[in-house]
Design a binder for this molecule. Structure first.
Ligand code: SF4
Ligand code: ZN
Ligand code: ZN
Length: 304
C-alpha cells in the first residue's frame, strides 16, 4: 500500500476517505482536520489562553501537542481521581508530557481536596462513580479556568466519543444532553467556553497520531469503565463503521444539522449563582455542592 500523496510506503489507511498515507502525510492530514474543525466552528482564536484538560490518554495529550505546534498558548490541567495505580500512572504520563514539551501543568488531587478518591466519594454519596466523576471533572475544569483567566477549556473528545454519547443519549431520549453535544459551548457568565478540536478524528486516528508523534500515553482503561454502557455503544458503532466507513461522521453531522429541531423543543434553563460556591447552576445550590458540601448546604438551609 502506497501513500496517495507521495507514493512512499503507507503506514495507515483512512477508510472513511479510502486514503492510504505515509507517516509524514498522515500527521499533516490529521493536523489539517483539526485546523478545519477549529475554523468551521470558530472554536478559538490565536490570542486566547487555552486550558487543555489532560487525562494522560492519547486524545487529550494529542490535542495539547497539536495546539502547541500550531502556536496556541496552552496550559495543562490534570485531575487525579485517586483510583490507585491507574491514577498514579495517568499523572505520571501528564508530568512526563508536560516536561518533554515545556507546557505548564496543574494537578488537582481529589484525595488532597476531599480525603477520598472518586470510588469512595461515589460510595459515600450514593452516586454512580462515572456520573459523579463527570460532574466533579466538569466543575473543576470550569472553576480553574474561570479563576485563572483562561478563555477556553479544551477537551480531547474525538468523533467516537461524540457519536457513542449521541447514540447512548438517543437510546435514552435524553434531549437535554443531546443539545449540549456541540463542538463548542460558548461562554455564559462564569461558565467558560468549552471546545473539542478533535471532533473530526476517529479514535483509531488519534491513537495512530499519538503513536507516530512519540507521545507516551496511558494504554490502560480506567477500572470503572469495564461495564459502562458507553463502551458497549462504542463497540456497536465500530461494527457499523467497519461495514460502512463514514457512518460515524455523517451521524454526528446529522446532529449538528438538525440541532435546531431539538433546541426548539428543549427550552434553555435560566442560570443562577449557586448559593454556596457562586458558580452557575439551574437550582439554588449546584449539584457539586449538594453532593460534596453537605454540611455547608445544611447550614445554609437552616438560616433560611
Ligand atoms: Fe471517571 Fe473512570 Fe468513569 Fe471515566 S470510567 S468517568 S475516568 S470513573
Ligand atoms: Zn506520503
Ligand atoms: Zn455550588
Amino acid at each position: 500500500m502506497k501513500c496517495r500523496k507521495c507514493s512512499q510506503k503507507a503506514v495507515i489507511k483512512i477508510y472513511q476517505h479510502n486514503l492510504p498515507l505515509c507517516k509524514e502525510h498522515f500527521l499533516e492530514f490529521e493536523e489539517e482536520r483539526v485546523r478545519k474543525a477549529i475554523q468551521d466552528f470558530q472554536m478559538i482564536e490565536r490570542k486566547e489562553k487555552l486550558l487543555v484538560v489532560v487525562s494522560g490518554g492519547k486524545d487529550s495529550l494529542s490535542v495539547a501537542y497539536m495546539l502547541k505546534k500550531m502556536g496556541y498558548t496552552v496550559h495543562l490541567l490534570h485531575i487525579n481521581l485517586g483510583i490507585g495505580k491507574y491514577s498514579l500512572l495517568s499523572q505520571e504520563k501528564c508530568e512526563k508530557f508536560s516536561s518533554q514539551h515545556s507546557l505548564p501543568l496543574t494537578v488537582i488531587s481529589l484525595v488532597e481536596e476531599w480525603g477520598k478518591g472518586i470510588g469512595e466519594l461515589a460510595h459515600s454519596t450514593y452516586k454512580s462513580t462515572c456520573s459523579l466523576c463527570g460532574m466533579v471533572k466538569r466543575y473543576y475544569f470550569n472553576k480553574f479556568a474561570y479563576e485563572n483567566g483562561f478563555d477556553a477549556v479544551v477537551t480531547g473528545h474525538n468523533l467516537d466519543d461524540m457519536t457513542s454519547a449521541l447514540l447512548a443519549n438517543i437510546l435514552g431520549w435524553r434531549i437535554s444532553y443531546m443539545v449540549k453535544q456541540t463542538p463548542v459551548l460558548r461562554e455564559e457568565g462564569k461558565l467558560k467556553k468549552k471546545v473539542k478540536p478533535l471532533i473530526y478524528l476517529t479514535e483509531r486516528e488519534t491513537a495512530a497520531y499519538a503513536f507516530l508523534s512519540s507521545i507516551d500515553y496511558i494504554r490502560e482503561e480506567c477500572p470503572f469503565s469495564a461495564n459502562s454502557t458507553f463502551l458497549k455503544v462504542k463497540h456497536a458503532l465500530n461494527e457499523i463503521e467497519k461495514e460502512s466507513p463514514g457512518t460515524k461522521f455523517s451521524f454526528y453531522r446529522g446532529l449538528l444539522k438538525n440541532l435546531h429541531l431539538f433546541k426548539e423543543k428543549e427550552k434553555k434553563p435560566l442560570l443562577r449563582e449557586c448559593a454556596i460556591c457562586g458558580f452557575p447552576t439551574i437550582m439554588e445550590v449546584c449539584s457539586f455542592c449538594k453532593t460534596l458540601r453537605k454540611e455547608e448546604v445544611k447550614k445554609y438551609a437552616s438560616h433560611l
